[in-house]
Design a protein around this ligand. Structure first.
Ligand code: AMP
Length: 286
């Protein structure tokens, strides 16, 4: 497995692969790899000949400098995980490689920027201003540099999937998108790189997925959606977890729902101590 750090080298490696008619796959990540990321690699691996793992902590999708500074980084371990999982090349560029004009010009709106569409407006987008613009921008960079045939994203970031699908459609990026199911620990906690930051709050964090599982069961049994969500919110607050939102949304449009038939999605974000976690779950009704 190779480790490549420059865009130029990455492009020249991929030109060779394309010349040999290799089907190219991309797994975008911010590193600190866990079994959720591994499941993305396992899903895409059989679909492609040459697999690129993108490992880049993208500063423009962080709306808090503190959050960016403490985001876990562990390149050596990530390289091991990637090699074991069957990745062909890890691309881990510097910030300067991806933002050649510098971050100041990005933030000032002087360099060319991509803006996410209306799927990005609520929930994560509302609570993390600029987050999805940063995601849409860097995903466009991924797709332009790698030009993958296929890319895989995790349902864990449910709204991000919607944003990327809209971006891919609206800008005619032409990448086949695979969506991987959310992976949980045996305890129910959604796997996340941020779980490593929980420390003494690791046990407390289990309440988030428990509250969502309870809400899912009650909604599927026909209980009033607004009442169930309010109870989930209140139960977390009683445990000193601070929810930012817990909503039931239309799985296609992300519009909040109180009534539905078939399938819908619960989306939630909550602060456990100083760590912000998200979780999501599908709800089905006859
Ligand atoms: P991140 O490194 O957190 O930006 O995540 C990179 C990709 O892995 C994204 O597409 C995420 O949705 C996906 N991912 C993160 N955690 C999980 C999980 N627990 N299960 C499935 N996919 C995940």
């Amino acid at each position: 497995m190779q480790l490549i750090r420059s865009v130029k080298e990455m492009r020249s490696d991929l030109d060779k692969q394309r010349g040999a008619k290799q089907r190219i796959g991309l797994v975008p990540t911010m590193g600190a790899l866990h079994q959720g990321h591994e499941s993305l690699i396992h899903l895409i691996r059989p679909e492609v000949d040459y697999l690129v793992l993108w490992l880049f902590v993208n500063p423009t999708q962080f709306n808090s400098p503190d959050d960016l500074a403490k985001y876990p980084r562990q390149l050596d371990r990530d390289l091991e995980v990637a090699r074991e999982a069957g990745v062909d090349v890890v691309f881990a560029p510097s910030v300067e490689e991806i933002y050649p004009d510098g971050l100041e010009r990005y933030y000032a709106g002087h360099s060319v920027r991509v803006h996410a569409g209306d799927c990005s407006f609520g929930f994560e987008g509302a609570h993390r201003p600029g987050h999805f613009d940063g995601v849409a921008h860097v995903v466009t960079c991924f797709f332009n540099i790698i030009r993958p045939d296929v890319a895989v994203f995790g349902e864990k970031d449910f709204q991000q999937v919607k944003v990327v699908q809209q971006l891919n459609r609206d800008l005619h990026l032409g990448v086949e998108l695979l969506i991987a199911p959310l992976k949980r620990e045996a305890s129910g906690l959604a796997l996340s790189s941020r779980n490593a930051l929980l420390g003494d709050d690791a046990q407390l964090a289990l309440s988030l997925s428990r509250a969502l599982f309870r809400a899912k069961t009650r909604i599927e049994e026909g209980d009033d959606v607004a009442e169930v969500l309010a109870e989930a919110d209140a139960s977390l607050r009683r445990e000193s977890i601070e929810p930012e939102y817990i909503e039931l949304v239309d799985s296609m449009t992300m519009s909040p729902l109180t009534h539905f038939e078939g399938a819908a999605q619960i989306v939630a974000a909550a602060n456990v101590g100083t760590v912000r976690l998200i979780d999501t779950m599908q709800v089905r009704k006859q």
